[in-house]
Design a protein around this ligand. Structure first.
Ligand code: MN
Length: 716
C-alpha cells in the first residue's frame, strides 16, 4: 500500500503547484471515514481509494482528481456527507465526488446488454466533468484487478460484463488505450476463462520454443532505421489475450492462425520522421497489401494518431508495425489524460476550471470531426436526450424536456393510461416534473385511473400525446353516444312509439353507420340529423316533406332491388345478364358494403363501394351508374379488404397484430409498412375475409389490443 508522503510526493513531482495540505487532509479524511471497513480481499477498505489515487497519479492527473479518488467512496459507503466534503474541500471536490457517487449507483443488469449503448451514453452524460469519468474508470480498474476476491460467481460475472460492455468502450472513446486493454482482459478472464487460458498457454509455448523472436526482429528494425540515421525507439509487445481472441473470432480462425500476436512500435521524434521511417521500412521489407493506414493525416475520432503497416519483416515473418511520434504515443496510451497533462505543464498558472475548458477546446480543435469527438468526451454531448431509470434499472431514453407522464407512457401505454402519480428518486413528484439525467422514476398506477385531458399540456413525446388524445376522442364519443341516444328517444316519443334499439338495425347502412352506437354518436355529434333517422325507421311519417335525399335514395334503391330480383352466378344482384364484372382496386368492396357499378366501355361493370372517392370522377355521367347489391346468403368466396393500422413501435407489436388477425380467421395476403417513426408504425394490411361483418370483427379485435393505436378501413 502506497504511503501518504509517497502519494503527495508523486503528485508534487509532476504538479509542483498541487495543494499539498488538501491532499494530506483527504488522505486522513478517507482513512478515518472508512475506519475498520474491509475489502473482500481482507485488506482495509482504505487501500482501495488509495490504489485508485495511485493509478491516477501514473496519468499525472491534477490534485483535485487525486483528492476525488481518495474520497470517492466516502459518501456512498460511510457516514460522510457531501456537505462535509464541501466544507472541508470546497465546491469543486464536492461536485466531483458526487459525480462519481452517482455513477456508482447505476448498474447494468446482466440481462440488459442490449441497452449497453444507452448506458454508455448515460455514463458520459452524467460525467459532467471528464475527471469524474477518469476517477470512475480507475475505480473500476482496481475493482477488476481484485475481482477474484469476490466469492459469488454471479456477482463477478455481472461486474465483468458491465466492464466489458460499458467501461472498456468508454475508456476507448476517450482514447485511454491502456485502461481499455486491461479492463477488457480482466473481464475476459472472468467471462471466458477457458479461452483465455488456452491463449495464454499457447503464448507461453511460443515463448518456450523460442518462436517469439521478438528481440531479433526489434534489433533488426533498429539497425535498419539507424542506417538511415533515423533516431527511433522500437518495441515489440505481445497483444493482450483478449485482443487475440477477438481477432480470431472476427476472422473466424483458430487463434493459432492469428499471425500478428506481437505489435511492433516505432516511436520517433517528429511527424516528418514518422513518414521517413515508413519509407525506410517499406524499402527494406515486402509490404503486405491492404495493411497501410495513415491515422496521422486522418486521426481516429478519439484523437489517436499513428501510421499502421504490415510487412514481411526480418525472419521472413509477417508483422504489424505502428509508427508514431512521441506526442502521439502519449495520446495513444493515455488519451484525454495526455491532452490534459500536456497543457498543464505549459501553463501551470492558469486557473483549474479555466484550464480545463481550454483543454476541451484544444481537443476539439485537434479532432478531425469536432462534433464527433465532443460527443465522445464531454457532457453537453446529448443535449437533446435525457436518460432515466425504471426501479428495475432499465434505462428509458427520452427527448430532453420530457416529463414523468412521458416516462410512464414510454414504459407502456397501459402504465401511462392508468398512472396516478410518480416517485422520482424516491420522492412523490407531480406528473408534470421535467426529468433529469439519472432520475429513477417509479410510476404509481391505479386500475380506476383514466387519462386526463390536462396531461396533454405537459406531455412532450409523440407516444404520450397520441395515447392521451386517443383516450379523449373515445371519451368524447361516449358523450356523443349518450346525447345521440336521447335525441332519438325523444323522436320515438314524438311519433308515439316505444323506444327500441333494434329498430335501427335496418337503417344503419343508410347512414353508413357500423353499429347502433356509431349511429348514436353521429347523431350526437350533429353529423346526422336525428329527424332523418326517425323518418328512415318510420317511413311515411307526418314530417315526410322534410325528408332528406339520403332517405329518398334508399327508397328508390329498395324498389329497384325488388324489380331486379334474379339470380346470377356472381353474388351480386342488379347485373345485366352477360355483363363482365370486376372489383375496383381503390375501395376493396366486401359483401355487406353498399356498392354501385360503373359501366366502363370494353370492361363491363366496375364495382365500387358507394362511398369510394373515385366515384366523384363519374358524377357527371349518371347514365353509367348501375344500382347493384350483394346477393343475400350467397356462399361468397373470400375477398380482400384493406385496412390502415397504426401500431406502437415496440418488440412484439407486429406479432400481436398478425396473431389477432389470425385468431379472428382473417388471412393476411399483403402487408406494407407505409411510415415509420420512433414511436409508431403505419401499416397497410390486406386481409381476406368473408364479408364486411367479418372485417369489422377483426377491426374491433385489433382496436382492443394495447399495442395498436388506430385501425381504419381504407376507402378509395
Ligand atoms: Mn470504489
Amino acid at each position: 500500500m502506497i504511503r501518504q508522503f509517497e502519494l503527495v510526493e508523486n503528485v508534487k513531482a509532476y504538479d509542483p503547484s498541487a495543494d499539498e495540505d488538501a491532499l494530506n487532509r483527504a488522505y486522513v479524511f478517507a482513512m478515518k471515514a472508512h475506519g475498520s471497513q474491509k475489502r473482500a480481499s481482507g485488506d482495509p477498505y482504505f487501500s482501495h481509494p488509495l490504489e485508485v489515487a495511485g493509478i491516477l497519479t501514473d496519468y499525472r492527473l491534477d490534485a483535485s482528481s487525486i483528492i476525488t479518488a481518495l474520497l470517492h467512496d466516502t459518501v456512498e459507503d460511510t457516514l460522510a456527507t457531501s456537505e462535509e466534503i464541501r466544507e472541508q474541500f470546497g465546491e469543486e471536490i464536492m461536485l466531483l465526488v458526487d459525480g462519481v457517487t452517482k455513477l456508482t449507483q447505476i448498474e447494468l443488469q446482466s440481462d440488459q446488454s442490449d441497452q449497453a449503448e444507452n448506458f454508455r451514453k448515460l455514463v458520459l452524460a452524467m460525467s459532467e466533468d471528464i475527471r469524474v469519468l477518469l476517477v470512475k474508470l480507475a475505480d473500476r480498474l482496481h475493482n477488476m484487478r481484485t475481482l477474484n476476491f469476490i466469492s459469488k460467481r454471479d456477482k463477478r460475472r455481472r461486474i465483468a460484463l458491465e466492464t466489458m460492455e460499458i467501461y472498456a468502450p468508454l475508456a476507448e472513446r476517450i482514447g485511454m488505450q491502456e485502461f481499455k486493454n486491461e479492463l477488457e482482459d480482466l473481464s475476459f478472464a472472468e467471462l471466458n476463462p477457458e479461452a483465455r487460458e488456452s491463449i495464454t498457454s499457447r503464448l507461453q509455448f511460443l515463448r518456450d520454443e523460442g518462436k517469439d523472436n521478438v528481440e531479433t526482429i526489434v534489433n533488426e528494425l533498429k539497425e535498419t532505421l539507424a542506417e538511415q540515421t533515423i533516431k527511433a525507439e522500437v518495441y515489440g509487445r505481445e497483444k493482450s489475450p483478449y485482443s487475440i481472441w477477438r481477432k480470431s473470432q472476427k476472422k473466424n480462425i483458430s487463434f493459432e492462425q492469428v499471425s500478428d500476436i506481437i505489435a511492433f512500435r516505432i516511436v520517433v521524434d517528429t511527424v516528418e520522421d514518422c513518414y521517413r521511417a515508413l519509407g525506410v521500412i517499406h524499402g527494406a521489407y515486402l509490404m503486405v497489401p491492404g495493411r497501410f493506414k495513415d491515422y496521422i493525416s486522418t486521426p481516429k475520432p478519439n484523437g489517436y494518431q499513428s501510421l499502421h503497416t504490415g510487412v514481411i519483416g526480418p525472419e521472413r515473418q509477417r508483422i504489424e508495425i505502428q509508427i508514431r511520434a512521441k506526442r502521439m504515443h502519449e495520446v495513444a496510451e493515455m488519451g484525454v489524460a495526455a491532452h490534459w497533462q500536456y497543457k498543464q505543464n505549459t501553463d501551470p498558472k492558469s486557473g483549474r476550471q479555466y484550464r480545463w475548458m481550454r483543454e476541451l477546446l484544444d481537443i476539439m480543435e485537434h479532432a478531425d470531426n469536432p462534433e464527433d469527438f465532443l460527443e465522445h468526451t464531454k457532457l453537453e454531448m446529448f443535449p437533446d436526450q435525457v436518460f432515466s431509470f425504471t426501479p428495475k434499472g432499465e434505462v428509458i431514453a427520452l427527448p430532453a424536456g420530457a416529463t414523468a407522464i412521458d416516462f410512464a407512457y414510454a414504459v407502456h401505454s397501459e402504465i401511462g393510461d392508468t398512472c396516478v402519480g410518480t416517485k422520482i428518486n424516491g420522492r412523490p413528484m407531480p406528473l408534470r416534473t421535467v426529468l433529469e439525467n439519472g432520475d429513477q422514476v417509479e410510476v404509481i398506477t391505479s386500475p380506476a385511473q383514466t387519462p386526463s385531458p390536462t396531461w396533454e399540456n405537459f406531455a412532450t413525446t409523440g407516444k404520450a400525446r397520441a395515447c392521451i388524445r386517443r383516450f379523449i376522442r373515445l371519451k368524447q364519443r361516449e358523450e356523443y353516444i349518450t346525447l345521440g341516444k336521447s335525441i332519438l328517444e325523444r323522436g320515438f316519443q314524438k311519433e308515439g312509439y316505444e323506444f327500441a334499439e333494434k329498430a335501427f338495425d335496418d337503417v344503419l347502412t343508410i347512414f353508413n353507420a357500423e353499429s347502433t352506437e356509431d349511429l348514436y354518436s353521429e347523431v350526437g355529434a350533429g353529423h346526422i340529423n336525428g329527424r332523418d333517422v326517425i323518418e328512415a325507421v318510420f317511413p311515411g311519417t307526418k314530417e315526410e316533406r322534410h325528408s332528406s335525399k339520403v332517405v329518398q335514395l334508399f327508397r328508390r334503391r329498395s324498389k329497384k332491388k325488388k324489380a331486379d330480383d334474379q339470380s346470377t352466378s356472381v353474388p351480386i344482384k342488379g347485373l345485366i345478364p352477360g355483363m363482365a364484372l370486376h372489383f375496383a382496386g381503390c375501395c376493396h368492396a366486401l359483401p355487406g358494403d353498399r356498392i354501385v357499378g360503373i359501366v366502363t366501355k370494353g370492361r363491363g361493370l366496375t364495382i365500387h363501394t358507394i362511398d369510394c372517392v373515385t366515384l366523384e370522377e363519374f358524377a357527371d355521367t349518371p347514365e353509367r351508374w348501375i344500382d347493384v347489391s350483394w346477393e343475400e346468403d350467397a356462399d361468397n368466396e373470400r375477398r380482400a379488404g384493406r385496412i390502415e393500422i397504426v401500431v406502437t413501435n415496440e418488440p412484439g407489436s407486429l406479432g400481436e397484430l398478425s396473431m389477432v388477425i389470425a385468431k379472428n380467421d382473417g388471412n393476411i395476403n399483403n402487408l406494407k409498412i407505409t411510415n415509420r417513426s420512433q414511436d409508431f408504425f403505419d401499416i397497410s394490411v390486406d386481409i381476406e375475409v368473408h364479408d364486411l361483418k367479418h372485417l369489422r370483427n377483426i377491426i374491433a379485435a385489433l382496436r382492443a389490443s394495447p399495442v395498436i393505436n388506430t385501425v381504419e378501413r381504407v376507402r378509395g
